[in-house]
Design a protein around this ligand. Structure first.
Ligand code: FE2
Length: 211
């Protein structure tokens, strides 16, 4: 991913947070990714890590219209994905999309109440709405409005070892091509700290494709 793209995404997300009165913490921890696919406008996400504790985590995120965070699941993390501003589309699957019949029904919580979903369905969340994703549910999401501010509240977060993408080409943290000066340093550029430890060998199981 080019540094100039990271800088642009940072400026756009920062402006959107400010415009909508989302105050960031002092020294916000930015995480900007094209998931290694090199097409940030199509597949990309801006995140700010707000709280990172052993038991829980909170993030604030930003994406643009149709900018996708691709299908993935988590083996350990349970998370609420919340539409904070704009509209958020989310594709949901009971299990791995290549091994789960399209239309297979399952239940998950939307706004705290259980509802039935059919695998492959796209739910569109209005601002204020949330879905609760348990481990093993595959999900992708993208903005369904020009800009979208998204919240994530979850159990312990481990971005290095607990993201299982359907597309095996994907990497959670991008390599960076330095084509201009950085406006911000990303989480992925910090020296070793806490949970950002090197990936351990994949344990496999349940059809998860490790990073
Ligand atoms: Fe997720």
């Amino acid at each position: 991913m080019k540094r100039s793209e990271i800088n642009r995404a940072y400026r756009e997300a920062k402006a959107c947070f400010e415009k909508n009165n989302w105050q960031l913490p002092p020294e916000p921890r930015w995480d900007i990714s094209d998931f290694g696919l090199g097409e940030f406008d199509k597949t990309g996400l801006v995140l700010v890590n707000l709280a990172e504790e052993a038991e829980y985590c909170e993030k604030l995120m930003y994406c643009r219209n149709n900018q996708v965070t691709p299908l993935h699941t988590h083996a350990k993390k349970k998370e609420d994905i919340i539409c904070r501003q704009g509209r958020l589309a989310m594709e949901l699957w009971a299990g791995h999309p290549e091994k789960t019949p399209k239309g297979k029904s399952f239940r998950l919580k939307r706004n705290g109440k259980e509802f039935e979903v059919h695998s492959g369905d796209v739910a569109v969340l209005e601002a204020g709405e949330r879905v609760t994703l348990t481990p093993g549910i595959y999900h992708a999401f993208w903005g369904a409005s020009e800009e979208c501010v998204i919240g994530e509240v979850s159990t312990a977060n481990d971005d290095v070892n607990d993201n299982y993408f359907v597309n095996s080409e994907i990497g959670r943290y991008p390599g960076i091509e330095e084509d201009e000066c950085p406006l911000v340093r990303l989480v992925s550029e910090e020296p070793y700290i806490g949970h950002l430890r090197p990936a351990t060998p994949a344990k496999g199981g349940d059809g998860f494709a490790p990073l």
